[in-house]
Design a protein around this ligand. Structure first.
Ligand SMILES: [Zn+2]
Length: 449
């Protein structure tokens, strides 16, 4: 039924904002094709003229003429009883304005509000589901499915204004249910610049609601100075809403969507563990779902965890589960177990950067202190045998005191628990030598008593 008019002087399709930003200029030929289709009329060209006429009668009487909502039928219904309505004669004109006006008149004279739909928009789930699912990347056994899908028809009010001098300029303006204008650059992606008859598929719209919608749109148009208004129609655009469910084993997470079906985009999923929005899901150790780019592997256990649950090794920067890291008693930094060395003097387990050549920083960097240092005073109270020693040098770590002292030609090196001053290790060396040798328990006892 659709008619195609050659219209060299016409803009292609429908486009262009007018000054108020809410109106689009539709090619008049496109408008006429829809209007004729809606009226059940045939529109064609004959030379320089446009011809608008009733469709030829069907040869097969079983086939009803495609006039379900036609102007002719309405006219027939309005005829007085016993009087047969006469169809209007065909219109032949070279004046495009005349053609447009005639179609508008016939649409208005049907006495009911015209309903329409975008020529192209998704009509079923499968037209959208692929577009939705294609957006996601699911690692491992992840799979996505629709956990709810609704395709609702949403009514909009269309106001048509026809202006223009030589050629008609058909302006379309859309308003939502409350009379808020829909910007033209939002209307075109919804296909509202190309309409098709909706026929008996038009959803039910009770008259009160319809009238309120029309009134709101007219009021908004009036306030914006829109004139003339040659036609008001209801256009049904599809909205899609629902949720996509992502299953990984016994875990699942949903993403909700709600938007115009024509322009619907897959919603990002909110990562349940980090709150980050993503299109790429995976699982962590234990099976919980998370955004894939938020997951890292523990350098110790190999467990997959979200980064925020991991801690960086202070020596290498590698990530690991906090329980898998070890605190260095010298630097108090937390490092991977592989980054721990044992100091050959104090025998503490120290992070490698603080333990070059297996001598820790605490053993290397002892400070000279006087015998009145409160720690030395305590040490001498605890171990009176040390009273004859001097040249105190001391350092302390989280766990131990490291004390070096000299007497005559000998040095001693003591490692004592910080809390109890209980000796952990005792060594001695000759002052001229650099190597320490451990004291036997008896020697240690003699030294300290
Ligand atoms: Zn050490």
């Amino acid at each position: 039924m659709s008619a195609t008019l050659p219209a060299a002087s016409d803009p292609p399709g429908a486009s262009g904002d007018t000054a108020d930003g809410h109106a689009g200029v539709q090619a008049w030929s496109v408008f006429c094709a829809w209007a004729a289709d809606e009226l059940g009329l045939v529109l064609k060209t004959e030379g320089p003229a446009y011809l608008l006429e009733a469709p030829p009668a069907a040869d097969d009487p079983e086939t009803p003429p495609p006039l379900r909502r036609s102007w002719f039928r309405r006219r027939g219904a309005e005829a007085a009883p016993g009087e047969e309505a006469l169809p209007e004669p065909p219109l032949v004109t070279t004046d495009a304005h005349r053609l447009v006006d005639e179609l508008l008149r016939r649409l208005r004279e049907r006495g009911e509000v015209t309903h329409a739909r975008p020529e192209r928009q998704p009509e079923a789930v499968h037209e959208l589901s692929a577009r939705l699912f294609d957006a996601y990347e699911l690692d491992g056994e992840g799979r996505a499915h629709l956990a709810g899908f609704h395709l609702d028809d949403t009514p909009l009010v269309l106001l048509v204004s026809v202006l223009g001098d030589a050629t008609p300029e058909v302006r379309l303006r859309y308003y939502d249910e409350l009379g808020a204008p829909l910007p033209w650059d939002e209307a075109t992606p919804l296909g509202l610049d190309r309409l098709a008859p909706i026929g008996d598929a038009a959803p039910r719209l009770d008259n009160g609601r319809r009238d309120r919608m029309l009134e709101s749109a007219h009021r908004a148009a009036r306030e914006a100075g829109v004139a003339p208004i040659d036609l008001a129609a209801i256009v049904w655009a599809k909205r899609a809403w629902g949720r996509i469910r992502f299953d990984f084993g016994d875990q699942s997470v949903d993403a909700e969507f709600d938007g115009w079906a024509r322009t619907l985009r897959a919603p990002k999923v909110v990562c349940p563990l980090t709150g980050v929005e993503t299109y790429h899901l995976a699982t962590v150790h234990g099976g919980k779902i998370a955004a894939a780019d938020q997951i890292a592997v523990c350098a110790v256990t190999g467990h997959r965890r979200v980064r925020s649950d991991l801690e960086a090794c202070a020596a290498t920067g590698e990530l690991a589960e906090p329980d898998a890291l070890v605190e260095c008693p010298v630097t108090l930094q937390r490092v991977l177990p592989s980054q721990i060395d044992r100091c050959r003097l104090c025998e503490q387990r120290v992070s490698r950067p603080a333990c070059p050549d297996n001598v820790c920083r605490a053993c290397r960097e002892k400070s000279r202190v006087g015998a009145d240092d409160e720690r030395i005073v305590r040490l001498l109270q605890e171990h009176p045998g040390l009273a004859g020693w001097g040249h105190w040098r001391l350092s302390q770590t989280r766990d131990v005191l490291i004390v070096e002292a000299s007497r005559r030609l000998r040095n001693v090196l003591l490692v004592l628990r910080r809390d109890t001053l209980e000796p952990v290790r005792a060594m001695a060396s000759l002052r001229v030598a650099s190597s320490w040798r451990p004291l036997s328990p008896e020697q240690q006892q003699r030294l300290l008593r």
